[in-house]
Design a protein. Structure first.
Length: 135
């Protein structure tokens, strides 16, 4: 289109793609509407560490709560995920906790909750910049 008074060439907007863009931006994608995974944090032998891990998970956008009961001795920190959990969710959880990529195992298939057992190796004060970047 050319502006009659100046002769400038102007591209006219296409309403269909603009509407789609605004709909996606304002409504969000299906990924964003899924509820966050629920993580059950088992009590740790070190006082306060389980609460710090729970807070870190909540801050990272996950739904986490402390399990009640006696502490569960663990030789190493481990995240147990039910079968079918997307690998990107597992990677985000491990990254939020500062755990290495291999610190997970298969959890109970009867539940959708993830389980976090904290061992003496867990460092709640890790530096996120020191984590390897995800693939």
């Amino acid at each position: 289109y050319r502006v009659p008074t100046s002769g400038a060439a102007v591209l006219l907007p296409k309403p269909g793609p603009i509407r789609d863009l605004l709909t996606d931006a304002l409504l969000g994608s299906a990924e964003e509407t899924r509820p966050p995974p629920v993580v059950q944090v088992l009590p740790s032998e070190t006082a306060g560490v389980a609460e710090l891990a729970r807070e870190r998970l909540v801050y990272a956008g996950f739904d986490a709560y402390l399990a009640e009961g006696a502490t569960v001795p663990a030789t190493a920190s481990r995240l147990y995920v039910p079968p079918g959990t997307p690998t990107d969710v597992t990677a985000r959880l491990l990254g939020a906790l500062g755990l290495p990529p291999d610190a997970w195992g298969e959890g109970d298939p009867a539940t959708e909750e993830l389980l976090l057992a904290l061992g003496p190796d867990y460092d709640p004060c890790f530096q996120p910049a020191s984590l390897p970047t995800p693939p």
